[in-house]
Design a protein around this ligand. Sequence first.
Ligand code: GLU
Length: 357
Amino acid sequence: MKEQHFLKRGILGLSAVCAALVLMGTTPAEAKGPLTTEAKTAVVQKDALTEARINVVLKEAYEKFKNDQNGKNADYIKALAIVDSKMFGITLVTPDGKVYEIGDTKEVVSIQSISKVFTAALVMQEKGDKFMQEKIGVNATGLAFNSIIAIELHGGSASNPFVNAGAIQATSWVEAKDSKERWAKIYANMDDFAGKKLGFNEEVYDSEVNDNKNNQAISKILDARGRMGSDPLEATTVYTKQCSVNVSAHDLGLMASTLANHGVNPKTGKKVLDSKYVPKILAVMATAGLYDNAGDWLYLTGTPAKSGVGGGILAVVPGKLGIGVVSPPLDKFGNSVRGQEAAAYIIEKLGINPLAQ
Ligand code: GLU
């Protein structure tokens, strides 16, 4: 009772301050003076996602990081080395489908590891979250994304669907009569998350498919451990195809917003993933989305995210924002340098760290 009374008084007090400020022609966010700490927090949170505020923060992020030359394109897949390193685009999409963007947001890169999110989502949709946990795993490996030794160290398990082992495994479990149908389903599922037909990067595919022996070896080991749902080499080829799909910052922003919007694409209105699986996918993104830097990223932003060696990154602030950034130069962990900088800045400045709500 007492608490409710104080709460009521607090709210009345805050609205009185706001009303007075409006009369004075001042918005609460500009106010100086007698606001208590609680009132200030309330004002910042209330202002956090206005259109004007998002546009200001987006522009700031772009200007602040556009000239950062740190990092280097991936080159272990030869076609990635020649992608324009200057490319930098940021797209933000709210769950009601409003799009805010700046820079090269229509330029495409290959999606690479970010595709793992959507194939894992498809497997969860078809087989349930228990299957994901028991058959593939949801723990970090603490080792490189393409590690073979990680499989041995974890009793023949891939550990999670975002390292190559778990991703190839997930691909193999998509229900289909053959690999052609499996690929068609995986591709269509990514299209649904993006709300459009995504392009395919033949050059990246050719470059990788002729050079993916490490992934082939991973698939064979998992097969020997009884973990694959279909032929291992066929699954590796389908996995290589899914990594070669083209995405822009705009596409990634929409894909992220579908997750931020509980599995419904805000542009098309299509339900792409059952809402009960969205927190499960986000949990794996929080654990293992940014390779060996996932812990530092979560510590900094509190936000589930996934990057790919093509230079894309998406971050999901549940119920609030989907963030997509493309910038090819990567740090030593394989994450886009400017992608992380821009996304972290936006989350911080908008005050939307999900763990701080
Ligand atoms: N296709 C890449 C590979 O299998 C994806 C790696 C990534 O983006 O992390 O090595």
